[in-house]
Write a protein of this length. Structure first.
Length: 291
């Protein structure tokens, strides 16, 4: 199937990043969010990020102008019904995602492919609530989308080969690399990454090391570009907790039990960079550990 128009649900960190790369690859993009402020902020951020790409010689000013012209925004979810491929990039809560797909279903074209950018939730279960499980799959981008090379493609039990090949062709056109993952909790990247982050939080919780010493140890001792607690703040502590809960519930193994300290930070609303406080406080000129 030839994809021309792409609908994206959610104008947050992931949604605007996906819109950014899709528009630069020549796709017409319709970006949806319930908040006009979120849509305005997304367009501003995409412009700023493309400005940076122009200044570094990654794209030309003409490329930027053409890409931004391809992006339209809407607060009306059903407007996305006329697109060829829809990527849901809403919050990592299954009930929210299910409601979005249920609202979309009556307005879709017969050929429209539905996908979710979920980082952990069952694709088979999401697809089962739609009228097209064979045209449904996981389309998981990494954050930040314009920079990260990998896209996980996850087939549900009913996903057909044509749908997989179509989504793979989109990834190829973006110049990114697709990894095919089975539909098990958290797929590949987060199945490995999130327990590491959770263990770093346990290390802090048990007093084995401070925020600074834990992050420095992993950066200098394991050559990680970011420490695990710094990375958790970048991802969002609420997202980390949601994925750990999916792993714990889905695999019924105590090794995936979320650290109580992670839960406490989320309950406090200290979610990381997006709220200016997490394992670091970002309200000053330099991030300062909060513990």
């Amino acid at each position: 199937m030839d994809i021309k128009a792409i609908g994206i649900v959610g104008a947050g960190q992931m949604g605007n990043g996906i819109a950014h790369v899709m528009s630069l690859a020549g796709y017409d993009v319709l970006l949806n969010d319930v908040s006009e402020d979120a849509l305005t902020a997304a367009m501003s951020l995409m412009t700023k990020n493309m400005d940076r790409q122009v200044s570094r010689g990654k794209i030309t000013g003409e490329d930027q102008a053409a890409a931004l012209a391809r992006i339209k925004t809407t607060k009306t979810l059903t407007d996305l019904g006329q697109t060829d491929l829809i990527i849901e990039a809403a919050t990592e809560r299954e009930a929210v995602k299910q409601a979005i797909f249920e609202d979309l279903l009556p307005h879709l074209q017969p050929h429209t492919i539905l996908t979710s950018n979920t980082s952990s939730i069952s694709i088979t279960r999401l697809a089962s609530r739609t009228d097209r499980p064979e045209k449904f799959m996981g389309f998981h981008f990494m954050n930040p989308v314009p920079v990260m090379q990998l896209v996980e493609l996850i087939r549900g039990i009913a996903t057909d080969e044509a749908t997989f090949k179509t989504c793979k062709s989109v990834v190829d056109r973006l110049g990114k690399t697709a990894a095919s993952a089975e539909d098990f909790p958290a797929f590949i990247v987060n199945r490995i990454l999130m327990p590491m982050i959770n263990e770093a939080v346990y290390t802090l919780y048990e007093g084995v090391g401070s925020v600074q010493s834990i992050d420095s140890s992993m950066k200098l001792g394991a050559n990680h570009p970011m420490g695990p607690l710094e990375l958790a703040d970048f991802i969002g502590l609420d997202t980390c907790l949601a994925i750990m809960n999916v792993l714990h519930d889905g695999l019924a193994d105590t090794k995936y039990r979320p650290c109580p300290l992670l839960t406490k930070y989320v309950e406090a609303g200290w979610l990381g960079r997006k709220t200016q406080r997490g394992f670091y406080d970002y309200r000053g000129e330099t991030p300062v550990p909060t513990r």
